[in-house]
Write a protein that binds this ligand. Structure first.
Ligand code: ZN
Length: 244
């Protein structure tokens, strides 16, 4: 079974379209790690697209909660809060209900892999360094824990008492999953990458034992135009061009 893993789409429909085009015929089921909306200009378009794929597993992110009234977004910065309020106004009643009903992570895909938005011990926690990675590895229930939230692709591998860290870069990186090791991996963000590479990031998990990181170019200018037309802050358009 092959799974397309999408995280942090953030209402960026041109990026999601590019990912689905690049990955067509390469997956059987979709898995979504949360933050379908927030920042971008197409919240309903993205939710409709995700729903149309009938994901095997989809969990909520912090921006999903803020956009549907489950969270006040008071801890967001001013721009994120503005985008959350704008998103809330745009959502159709049905899509708002869809977001409200999304489960929190962690959630198990199979015996090998689980997903969460931020961390397995706290859906809103950011995993950037080895300290948090170790905490997450201690909390996970499956050999492979896939997380999002930071918008930065990452690989932490624990074997015995050793932990190694890797940064996926380039167009494709295939990780062979070995029995006896534990993995904490972030596929990166579809709709708002923050690792300095503006290309949309996603991953493919094959139950035969590989996890593949991918990048694909998309029409950044189209996403920026849509943000401008929506009246969302210009900085949200600018950052897409630099992947920050
Ligand atoms: Zn996010």
């Amino acid at each position: 079974m092959r799974h397309l893993i999408l995280s942090d789409i953030h209402a960026n429909l041109p990026a999601l379209d590019a990912v689905l085009t690049a990955a067509r015929n390469e997956w059987d089921e979709v898995v979504v790690l949360g933050d379908l909306v927030g920042y971008g200009a197409d919240p309903n378009g993205v939710i409709d697209c995700v729903r149309s794929m009938a994901p095997r597993l989809v969990i909520r992110g912090n921006h999903d909660k803020a956009a549907c009234g489950l969270d006040t977004g008071e801890h967001f910065n001013q721009i994120a809060r503005f985008a959350a309020r704008w998103t809330e106004e745009q959502l159709t009643p049905d899509n708002r209900r869809y977001l409200r009903d999304l489960p929190s992570g962690p959630a198990d895909l199979d015996d090998r892999l689980e997903i969460c938005h931020g961390a397995p011990f706290d859906e809103d926690h950011y995993i950037f360094d080895v300290v948090d990675a170790q905490r997450a590895l201690d909390a996970r229930r499956r050999p492979v824990c896939v997380f999002g939230h930071t918008h930065v692709p990452a690989i932490f591998i624990a074997q015995g008492t050793q932990m190694s860290v890797d940064v996926p870069d380039g167009d494709v990186l295939a990780l062979r999953l070995n029995a006896g090791a534990s993995y904490l991996v972030n596929p990166g963000s579809v709709g708002q990458p923050r690792d300095g590479d503006p290309r949309a990031a996603f991953a493919l998990y094959d139950t035969a034992g590989t996890f593949t990181f991918r990048r694909v170019e998309y029409d950044v200018a189209a996403a920026q135009r849509r943000i401008a037309i929506a009246g969302l802050p210009q900085s949200l358009a600018n950052r897409l061009a630099v992947g920050r």
